[in-house]
Design a protein around this ligand. Structure first.
Ligand code: AMP
Length: 418
């Protein structure tokens, strides 16, 4: 094979694409019921935007961005995530959004990170994400997480669980950082180079280290909740309270920090045990400083992103993708020149009447036509041979029920099962 897709990318073949689109449509329906509207932003932005928003000491910015210089010598990056772009678009189109107290937006599309590819981890992957901008209410955190859970439940995933935590704010984050530093000091010689470099620069990031050896040393890490300031603690308790009221299952994971620096207060992940090491299918949290950091007024916000590639893997694992299949209703098999002509006219009329139909283009083999019908998994194979041409009729084979019958007009054909 001379050309293959770049490492870490893949082709999404028709069967998966079909399930994918149905799944995305279902998700979008739910998002719209929660009053989110779609925004589409460019796939590349100024690299600086992500450096600023996601954080210089994160894996994403330090190692994983696809950066290039364009012909105007500008440093651009393929977007590694959606929030920075949505916030940039929110600020750039501020007059459009400013009247509403809360703006709820969703996006849907590919993201790019130069990661080490493995099952469930790609260099081009797809996310549907939401951003609710303008409220600091813990109801917003809870409601958005409830929406995330509802999405997975409605898609048939019963085993998902929410891990939730608070990473504090400008007031208590320094205390949390100190707490982590004083614990990490004693284990530092055992940790990887990245952890060592983050010890000074951004100790919270140490918890996000993916190195399995480092992970074993984090077990005794002190619980950060006790370091939260009153406001963050009250907020966290409020969120938990509302989750309880919504009867959502959750667990507090005191090691959860997420791989992006913009989070404040609530962070969460929705996980599926079916995914192995890369078990998060959705991640997000509150980001009350980001909008100001990118040049806007201080505006609280909450968002999450669902990884569609991983979601598909879980649906597949559960056998749920089999239920979602594209179905063409008719394959029309016409024999000889005349049969092919009638087949051609018939499929055109069926399609105009919004009935899915395909023509078999070989004019001399009913058997080959029937084999094709089985491959296409059509409901009905329709044969137009000499007898049918003479009688102006159609022989119809119901492939599932293995029954054959004759219809005497196009209208009769159209009305089958209707
Ligand atoms: P993040 O943007 O890192 O908060 O991730 C949100 C979700 O996107 C994760 O829970 C994953 O489902 C998905 N995701 C993130 N990175 C990748 C990747 N490299 N490959 C596939 N899915 C990913």
């Amino acid at each position: 094979m001379k050309y293959t897709s770049p490492r870490g990318t893949r082709d999404i073949l028709p069967e998966e694409s079909f399930v994918w689109r149905q799944t995305v449509n279902k998700i979008i329906n739910i998002l719209e019921n929660y009053n989110f509207s779609e925004i589409q932003t460019p796939i590349f932005e100024s690299a600086d935007l992500f450096q600023r928003a996601v954080g210089d000491t994160t894996d994403i910015v330090e190692k994983e961005m696809y950066i290039f210089k364009d012909k105007g010598e500008r440093m651009m990056a393929l977007r590694p995530e959606g929030t920075a772009s949505v916030v940039r678009a929110y600020l750039q189109n501020y007059t459009h959004f400013q009247k509403k107290k809360v703006t709820k937006l969703f996006y849907n599309g590919p993201m790019f990170r130069y990661e080490r590819p493995q099952t469930g981890r790609y260099r081009q992957f797809h996310q549907i994400g939401v951003e609710a901008i303008g409220s600091s209410s813990p109801f917003l955190d809870a409601e958005t997480m409830v929406m995330g859970t509802q999405i997975f439940q409605e898609l048939g995933l019963k085993d998902v669980n929410i891990a939730i935590h608070s990473v504090g704010c400008d007031v208590c984050r320094p205390v949390i950082k100190e707490k982590i530093k004083s614990y990490v000091e004693s284990i530092l010689p055992n940790l990887c180079e990245d952890c060592v470099s983050r010890y000074e620069r951004n100790p919270l990031r140490i918890l996000d280290c993916k190195n399995p050896n480092c992970q074993t040393f984090f077990a005794g890490m002190p619980d950060m909740n006790s370091a939260l300031c009153k406001e963050c603690n009250d907020h966290f308790l409020g969120v938990i309270n509302h989750l309880e009221e919504s009867e959502i299952k959750y667990n507090v994971d005191s090691h959860l920090v997420r791989g992006l620096d913009y989070y404040t207060k609530t962070v969460f992940e929705i996980r599926s045990d079916l995914l192995g090491a890369q078990n998060a299918i959705c991640g997000g949290g509150r980001y009350d400083n980001l909008i100001a950091e990118l040049g806007g007024r201080k505006t609280p916000a909450f968002g999450f992103a669902i990884g569609i590639d991983r979601l598909y893997m879980v649906l597949n694992e559960l056998g749920l993708t089999k239920e979602i299949q594209k179905q063409t209703k008719f394959l029309i098999i016409g024999l000889g020149v005349k049969g092919q002509e009638i087949a051609f006219k018939t499929v055109l009329i069926l399609r105009k009447r919004s009935i899915s139909a395909e023509m078999f283009y070989k004019d001399n083999s009913i058997n080959d036509g029937l084999k094709e019908a089985l491959l296409l998994k059509v409901q009905y194979a329709v044969i137009i041979g000499e007898d049918e041409i003479d009688a102006q009729s159609y022989t119809v084979k119901n492939l599932k029920e293995k029954k054959q019958f004759t219809v005497n007009s196009l209208e009769e054909l159209i009305s089958i099962d209707n």
